[in-house]
Write a protein that binds this ligand. Structure first.
Ligand code: FO1
Length: 318
């Protein structure tokens, strides 16, 4: 059964977090037309800081695909200056969440447009158009969904407090996606997931990046129904997250810091898991978790590696 909605060939929908997703998307547009790809992006990391609405995962993907990102840092823009942050420091303001001077322009634009009543998806379309991004970027919801983490000691913190201020160096007892039950999938999200020939779950943190996307009503059900067309890429390689706390979070929440642990989290919504060659020995256990398993080079150390992974993902379904 093909899902060729516009006669323009197969469509791909990608559930995305931040850095790992951005790299895979960059690889994907090297192997299929950008216009055939829809990225459905996590908004659980979004935060209000200094009166500005900041959408880190949307911006990381936009800057990466637009060629403006600081590839070494993985977030924000290349060639940044930090004059505004220095001035904030001068006043003793909260400058722990680093907002570069050019990056601030994005937050000023988005916040102003939201205050005028524009939806997050409408503003995202304006920002991605300015960057000349050929694919469609959709926030999973235009409604607020915010990841909050309950720490060992019982304290609850917002995602950026956990990830940046605390450098995710604290043990987590539970994760909540505040607002998810009341949130509506943004316009075009469910349609893109229905129309896609392949649905990809990017190598993002399955708990705090993919979790909020799956928590928006209708999405888990749709993926579960279409799980044979859903291919996930493990963000853990050799039991370690390439970036961020995915490995620790899996353990702290009772899972296993390995590709098998990722399979246990995603097996309800994805029929295939792509794992790295280092983890080839885990393929049998991934299959015991109910997922088909493909073993490829998943470390996207170059644009060519990203393109090769993207091609392998599109060919991965049984
Ligand atoms: N990550 C950091 O580790 N330190 C920062 O100061 C920081 C600032 C920042 C500003 C804007 C933005 O879009 C992202 C930023 N990030 C920072 C990354 C951000 O915490 C992550 O991209 C995610 O939310 C996790 O994927």
């Amino acid at each position: 059964m093909t899902h060729d909605v516009d006669g323009g060939g197969a469509r791909t929908a990608v559930l995305c977090g931040g850095v790992g997703a951005a790299r895979l998307l960059a690889g994907l547009v090297a192997v299929v037309p950008a216009a055939s790809v829809t990225a459905i992006v996590n908004v659980g990391d979004d935060t209000e800081m200094h009166g500005l609405h900041i959408s880190p995962d949307l911006d990381t993907i936009t800057y990466t695909l637009g060629g403006g990102s600081d590839t070494e840092r993985g977030w924000g823009l290349a060639g940044e200056t930090w004059a505004a942050m220095d001035q904030l420091d001068f006043y003793g303001g909260a400058a722990w969440f680093r907002l570069g001077d050019r990056d601030l322009g994005t937050h000023l634009y988005r916040t102003g447009r939201l205050k005028q009543g524009a939806s997050l998806s409408a503003v995202t379309a304006e920002i991605t158009q300015a960057w000349g991004i050929g694919m469609t970027l959709l926030p999973v919801s235009d409604d607020p969904v915010r990841t909050r983490l309950e720490l060992e000691g019982g304290e609850e913190v917002d995602f950026q407090e956990y990830f940046v201020r605390l450098r995710h160096s604290v043990a987590v007892r539970a994760v909540h996606f505040v607002g998810a039950e009341q949130a509506k999938a943004a316009p075009g999200v469910l349609e893109a997931l229905e129309a896609a020939e392949t649905i990809v779950i990017a190598p993002s943190n399955p708990i705090v990046s993919i979790g909020p996307v799956l928590a928006v009503p209708g999405i888990t059900e749709l993926l579960a129904r279409r799980r044979r067309d859903v291919v996930a890429v493990s963000p853990l390689v050799g039991g370690r997250a390439l970036k961020g706390p995915a490995d620790r979070l899996l353990v702290e929440l009772g899972g296993d810091a390995s590709a098998v642990g990722v399979a246990e989290v995603l097996t309800g919504v994805a029929g295939t898991l792509v794992i790295d060659v280092i983890d080839a020995g885990l393929a049998g256990s991934v299959e015991q978790a109910g997922m088909a398993c493909r073993v490829v080079e998943t470390v996207m150390s170059s644009p060519a590696a990203s393109a090769a992974l993207a091609a392998a993902v599109l060919a991965a379904r049984p």
